[in-house]
Write a protein that binds this ligand. Structure first.
Ligand code: FAD
Length: 502
């Protein structure tokens, strides 16, 4: 039964801790189901990591830059009986990413397999090009087979395992790549190390290492190459802002600048939230904040701690420079990657030694390529990001200038121009600031990492089954981080809640 089919009165009063993308997804779904919904957000804005800012004539998305599966946003408007296009629209982009290596090799990848076969054949030879079709076919198969269970359903409810098709997943386990790493898988297909590196990069989409994360993560390539890449009109920020507008239209009450101090419970039943001096009564509470933050600060000590889950390692974090650049570069597109020379050592440094790697892979995102209003004419807004470990006490004030120098010198070499001379303005985001702004422990971008094949099962369930009325959604809960998965997280959590109250 769809949420829209529910009678509109029995769902009571719902409190949501955090206005991140999963909190917004849950708020909209709960409001559509007829609940009185209150969202408490410690910041003065909604969106959590999905936010934006202006900097001397340039507009920047502060967090996510890559947008896939737009139907997951659209479906919230449709669920509420609204036309998505009245709230939210997006560009369909015809390129996935431009890749650059230090020896001068360059390749552009596309959302159409035929173009990719051609591109790979041209740059790396026909033998490698001929492998592309079956590589993406395999990614699609893995995605189609597993997404309905691993991503769209709860891994903690029996009903998921009773769903038609689950036997096919079980039968396919030996071929899903659960017992080898993504790097092993890619090396078994491609002989060209640069292609292995290119496809290894997809491990970073959930903050993991390709040398640790299982081969099944190959399916992530299907999102961009099979299902397409997009950019919201108005920038990534429009995802959270359009959903906020929809939530408000549905009567959701946002309490901004309102930090939740604790979840109130009577025995094993949630009763409300403590916000500053005020107590608010709720029939159900959804936690959208980081799970580790919630257990450390919000959830009463009488509620059992999920010890194994809380011990999971955080996903990687990022160091981002937001540069207003006074020149436009034709050779750059919306998404650009400048690879390091030694990917293995880069990930060893990040994942094993928890340190900054001196030759980092650099990602440059330029929304003004599609949204000219994001930068003054003839100029560009560069979001320049490198992967770094989650914070464990590193000296970031020493690392930041070193990283900046390294990035500038590498980009200058690639682009044949002294980048330092054309940066008009700058701001920086580091793991400490990410934690400060969003309460994501250690500044992890995607909750916990997927560096182990059991990680998906150890992520926090969308419901705390031993505490009535307590639900979880967000990057550190099932099914994990990233905008699409967070939207699904809000969906799975509210479906569980509706099954409970029904
Ligand atoms: P969050 O965004 O973490 O928000 C949680 C909210 O809860 C915050 O607003 C916080 O203030 C609030 N909160 C916490 N505790 C309390 C409290 N006690 N009281 C009140 N409020 C509280 N994903 C992609 O899909 N594509 C990308 O390209 C991508 N790139 C990224 C780049 C960066 C730099 C970052 C930081 C993230 C990126 N991600 C990307 C990941 C993506 O942003 C996140 O997975 C997703 O936005 C997390 O959403 P969430 O619902 O878990 O909540």
């Amino acid at each position: 039964m769809k949420i829209t089919d529910q009678p509109h009165s029995f769902t009571g009063k719902v409190g949501i801790v955090g206005a991140g993308i999963a909190g917004l997804s849950a708020a909209i779904r709960a409001a559509v189901a007829g609940a009185e919904v209150h969202v408490f957000e410690q910041n003065t804005y909604t969106g959590g990591k999905l936010t934006a800012f202006d900097q001397e004539g340039y507009r920047f998305d502060a967090g996510p830059s890559l947008f896939t599966l737009p139907h997951l946003v659209d479906e919230l408007f449709k669920l509420a009986g609204r036309d998505p296009k009245q709230y939210f629209d997006y560009h369909v982009h015809d390129e996935v990413c431009r890749y650059f290596w230090q020896d001068g090799t360059r390749i552009t990848m596309y959302p159409e397999t035929k173009r990719n076969v051609e591109a790979v054949s041209n740059v790396f030879g026909k033998t490698e090009g001929n492998k592309i079709q079956s590589y993406f076919d395999k990614a699609r198969e893995k995605y189609d087979l597993t997404a309905p269970f691993f991503l769209e359903g709860s891994l903690h409810r029996m009903k998921t395992f009773l769903t038609k098709g689950v036997l096919n997943v079980i039968a396919a386990i030996p071929s899903l790549g659960l017992f080898s790493t993504l790097n092993d898988y890619n090396e078994s297909i491609f002989t060209e190390p640069k292609l292995v590196q290119l496809f290894n990069r997809y491990a970073t989409y959930n903050g993991s290492s390709p040398y640790l994360t299982p081969g099944i993560m190959q399916m992530i390539t299907h999102l961009e190459h099979g299902l397409g890449t997009y950019l919201p009109k108005g920038g990534m920020h429009e995802i959270s802002q359009s959903l906020t507008r929809l939530a408000e239209d549905l009567g959701v009450k946002f309490h901004l600048g309102a930090r939740v101090e604790s979840v109130l419970a009577k025995g094993k039943q949630v009763t409300g939230l403590q916000v500053g001096e005020e107590q608010h009564s709720f029939d159900a509470v959804f936690i959208n904040s980081d799970v580790k933050h919630a257990y450390a600060h919000l959830i009463p000590s009488t509620v059992k701690r999920p010890k194994k889950t809380l011990k999971q390692e955080p996903s990687s974090s990022a160091l981002i420079f937001y540069w207003g650049v006074g020149v436009s570069f034709e050779e750059l597109d919306l998404h650009n990657i400048f690879f390091s020379n030694d990917y293995k050592r880069e990930f060893d440094a990040i994942q094993n030694n928890r340190e900054f790697w001196k030759d980092p892979t650099i990602y440059v995102n330029i929304t003004s390529k599609l949204e000219p209003g994001d930068a003054p004419e003839g100029k560009e807004n560069w979001f320049v990001m490198i992967n770094v470990p989650a914070d464990s006490g590193q000296n970031w004030s020493e690392i930041i200038p070193k990283a900046r120098q390294e990035i500038i010198s590498k980009l200058s070499e690639h682009l044949g121009r002294d980048i330092s001379k054309i940066i008009e303005n700058e701001s920086v985001l580091d793991p400490l600031l990410i934690e400060k702004k969003t309460s994501s422990v250690a500044g992890a971008l995607y909750g916990t990492s997927s560096n182990d094949r059991m990680a998906a099962f150890l992520r926090h369930p969308n419901k705390k089954t031993d505490c009535k009325g307590l639900y979880f959604c967000g990057g550190s809960a099932h099914p994990g981080g990233g905008v699409p998965l967070c939207l699904l997280s809000g969906k799975i959590a509210t479906q569980w809640w509706l099954d409970d109250v029904r």
